[in-house]
Design a protein around this ligand. Structure first.
Ligand code: SD4
Length: 316
């Protein structure tokens, strides 16, 4: 039997995912741009991204534009301006961006800058680094012309004061709203972005999964891209987004890949985790998938047919 035929035959009769490893050749979706993002604020984010994609703009420009919408919206209390602060009352932001060439930029624990996603992109484009954090990230942003702004709104200050008084225990399960956004442009190229104020009332200095390439976001232009929302600590521990992309490489559908990555978390927590993690995934051929652990999750999908919110149920 010729080698290629042997591989093909065994791929069907044994576990397809392992055999397909580097042989997976996913055809590219061309001329059908789409954008996929998390939660209800995904709808306005998609709208901004679609404006760019529909005019033949790049997936990278689209995800940045999309992420900037909730970043600027004080009603999105887990992202950017108006984001809920940490235990000290400071709004600290995490973000990252990745393009179809595998280039990426990331910013963590940055304060007083409204658009961390654009700082992440600048880091990717003008420095030799991938990630800047804290005061260094702020200084870099200012040196690049970003304005400093107080990001704590009256609403978020009030919520923090209430939390301080009651020492209310929150998890991202209660205060989820990270915007993760994935796009494919007319050329078929993929890009992704993630931006968040993270876990409300977290310890000062805490960084979640959202700025960590491979955890909160991963893009491989040959296979697909994935992004996360939910309890970042669990996403980091399982290198979640990279895992989902690798599972797609091995032949899992986007849905199956999201589910398998979450099942590993569920198993570690005696099949009864009391927190939320959700993934969105976009494969190179344009197929999308999503899964969440608990309760329900909403993602927004925009393509030539429109921009709609979709609700899915948790695996447990
Ligand atoms: C974090 N993953 O900082 C973020 C929070 C989040 O939905 O996504 N909440 O852990």
């Amino acid at each position: 039997m010729k080698r290629r035929k042997f591989i093909k035959t065994t791929a069907v009769s044994i576990a397809a995912p392992t055999i397909l490893l580097s042989n997976q050749n996913i055809p590219s979706n061309h001329n059908n741009p789409l954008v996929l993002s998390t939660w209800t604020h995904g709808l306005p984010a998609n709208k901004a991204a679609w404006k760019i994609l529909s005019k033949n703009g790049s997936a990278l420009d689209a995800v940045e534009a999309g992420a900037k919408v909730p970043e600027a919206d004080p009603k999105s209390t887990s992202v950017g301006y108006g984001g809920l602060p940490d235990e000290q009352g400071k709004v600290t932001l995490d973000a990252c961006i990745m393009d179809h060439t595998g280039n990426c930029g990331s910013v963590a624990f940055i304060q007083n800058i409204k658009h961390p996603i654009s700082v992440a992109r600048k880091i990717m484009e003008v420095t030799k680094h991938v990630m800047l954090v804290g005061e260094g990230a702020r200084q870099f942003a200012v040196s690049q012309g970003f304005e400093e702004t107080d990001l704590l709104t009256d609403e978020s200050r009030k919520a923090w004061k209430k939390w301080e008084k009651e020492q209310f225990q929150s998890t991202p399960h209660d205060t989820h709203d990270t915007i993760s956004i994935l796009a494919q442009d007319y050329k078929g190229n993929l890009a992704g972005a993630c931006t968040t104020s993270g876990w409300a009332y977290k310890l000062h200095g805490r960084v979640g999964d959202s700025p960590i390439i491979g955890a909160g976001l991963f893009v491989d232009n040959e296979i697909g891209c994935t992004a996360a929302t939910g309890l970042g600590e669990e996403v980091i521990k399982t290198t979640g987004s990279f895992l989902v992309v690798e599972l797609m490489r091995q032949g899992y559908s986007p849905n199956e890949a999201c589910e398998e990555a979450l099942k590993r978390i569920i198993k570690k927590h005696n099949r009864n985790p009391d927190f939320q993690v959700s993934y969105i995934a976009l494969r190179k051929d344009g197929e999308i998938g999503s899964a969440c652990i608990n309760g329900s999750f909403e993602y927004a999908l925009a393509n030539k047919k429109g921009n709609k919110l979709h609700k899915i149920k948790g695996l447990i």
